[in-house]
Design a protein around this ligand. Sequence first.
Ligand SMILES: [Zn+2]
Length: 144
Amino acid sequence: MTFDEIPLYVAIDRVRRTIASPGAELVSDEQRRQICQLIRAELPFDRHFDADQMLAAWTTFRKSPNGKVGLTVEVGKLHGWKCFMHGRGKGDCSPDVQLDRIVPGSRGGEYNVENCMIMCGKHNNIRKDSSLEAYLLAPFEESA
Ligand SMILES: [Zn+2]
């Protein structure tokens, strides 16, 4: 998922809540056409994704509704869709959206809404398993 694709995943999250079996595989062209129509109706008017993009994201979400994709959407809806490090003196963000555990996994932090925030891949990768406080206080060095 990229930051550009967020409206698409939010739209899919809405559609998934309105249909009877969001986990079912789309087997016919008619089903695929209907899903694209429902997604399109939930997108902001100025955001356009083609059918391939919509169906790829739909499939990604369908395979991971209670996994990282579903959790990323929940966390984004709750805490906002910007990288947590955006504007905090750590340089530009990368385009990829990742879930970052506030308490890192190496310290027992779990993947759940309470312990996760949105971070770009670059900042998540630089932070690694340091505490959030240590990362925020560390001097900024632009990575090569
Ligand atoms: Zn970032």
